[in-house]
Design a protein around this ligand. Structure first.
Ligand code: APR
Ligand code: PHB
Length: 389
């Protein structure tokens, strides 16, 4: 089997890249180790920056997002029993779209199927070969049969536990990591949102977030201990804790319902550099992870894909290698800005178990500064809606 770009992973990065390449007549095959149903079943944040929405439009997969997505012009930051609105429209003239990540994945999968492009699901033992040179190969097993793809490039879009990053020699790869001493317990529930906009709440007892998937479905989170198990958190305990961490008005609008999904996510940030090694290019979670506090994961994946698509288009259209050579540096510059923002949001809003009295007073001052300063709010807003590509 031959293709121009072999894409590893059918998450948002791989599917979006595949669609943009098809648009430009660049052939590609996607290899995914799970089934399509499994990929669609993962529950993840769904805050879409304008730049990400534009890229989905370019890929021909934005129509349902524009129809069903909710446009949000701001968020609420809650602390000390009060809410403070960050008015994105007024501050930076932009907004975000609330639309679930699995819906985006579904829209991209449908577009791909409509184009007749190849995605091989449930493949095993994917291994990358000769990535340092110009004729890389991907070997894998499908239904127990060994197969091979010859290609010009491999796009490693296989998330944080994939094989692509591991195919870069250890002597070349630099990794940076920040592990936070807590997790988020998330609940999906068929109940209307607590508030029309997202509430990010800082409280002595820990952080809480009221998000949503639609006008009838909420996604709610509380900060929990790393050692907690989902079984430690029956629904009643979850709702009680959530109410305690919100300002009274919002707490009164929490309408408990049976959880459709409940899971714990540890929080961490990490970046692997470089994002290119020979013919292998990493994109999305394969190269970096952000804590969910700023909802940057999907948007960073999209910005990588944007730079990578431009690099491939330049090469296959004009034979120019300039975009390929610059890819890692261009992508990483934006990655680190989003890492910084997610780290700042996480530090500002959570309760750190080891924090001193000094740390807590400084954190409180940071929040009060944010609540009172247009400059501080503008900095939050321009990062939240997405820095330019
Ligand atoms: N072979 C083939 N496929 C693999 C392999 C492998 N060895 N390892 C992992 N995969 C697949 C996973 O099953 C998954 O479907 O790669 C895909 C990677 O998808 P994601 O983890 O969703 O990563 P990405 O597409 O970069 O999307 C980034 O997703 O994790 C969130 O917060 C993150 O929103 C961000 C977005
Ligand atoms: C979510 O809706 O799941 C969500 C929203 C915003 C975040 C994180 C998660 O910052």
């Amino acid at each position: 089997m031959r293709t121009q770009v072999a894409i590893i992973g059918a998450g948002p990065s791989g599917l979006l890249l595949g669609q943009l390449l098809i648009r430009d007549g660049i052939s590609n095959v996607i290899l995914e180790r799970r089934s399509a149903a499994y990929v669609l079943g993962r529950v993840r944040a769904g805050i879409i920056e304008t730049g990400t929405a534009a890229l989905l439009d370019e890929a021909g997969a934005g129509a349902r997002m524009h129809r069903e997505g909710l446009i949000h012009d701001g968020i609420e930051i809650s602390f000390g029993g009060e809410h403070h609105r960050m008015d994105f429209r007024r501050l930076v003239g932009k907004s975000v779209i609330v639309y679930g990540q699995s819906e985006i994945t579904r829209d991209l999968m449908e577009r791909r199927a409509a184009c007749g492009a190849e995605t091989l699901y449930e493949v095993e033992d994917v291994a990358l070969h000769d990535v340092a040179g110009a004729q890389p190969k991907v070997r894998f097993r499908q239904d127990g049969v060994a197969r091979e793809i010859d290609c010009e490039f491999i796009a490693g879009c296989d998330g944080s536990h994939g094989v692509s990053r591991q195919s870069i020699p250890a002597a070349v790869l630099r990794s940076y990591e920040r592990i936070y001493p807590f997790g988020w317990l998330g609940v999906l529930v068929e109940r209307p949102p607590v508030s029309p906009e997202l509430i990010y709440a800082h409280h002595e007892r820990g952080f809480a977030l009221c998000s949503m998937r639609s006008p009838t479905r909420s996604r709610l989170y509380v900060q929990c201990r790393l050692e907690d198990q989902v079984s430690d958190w029956p629904d009643e305990r979850f709702y009680e804790e959530l109410r305690l961490r919100l300002a009274p008005g919002a707490a009164a609008r929490v309408h408990p319902g049976p959880s459709l999904e409940k899971s714990i996510t540890p929080l961490r940030g990490c970046v692997a550099e470089p994002m290119r090694y020979g013919s292998l290019m990493l994109a999305g979670d394969a190269a970096h992870v952000v804590p969910p506090t700023g909802a940057k994961g999907l948007n960073l994946a999209a910005s990588d894909v944007h730079y990578l698509w431009q690099a491939f288009a330049g090469y296959f259209r004009n034979g120019s290698r300039a975009g390929l050579e610059a890819y890692s540096e261009r992508a990483l510059r934006r990655v680190w800005k989003a890492e910084r923002f997610s780290w700042w949001m996480t530090n500002t809003l959570h309760r750190f178990p080891e924090s001193s009295g000094f740390d807590r007073m400084a954190q409180r001052a940071e929040l009060e500064y944010l609540a009172s300063s247009t400059a501080a709010q503008t900095a939050l807003a321009e990062n939240y809606v997405g820095l330019p590509l």
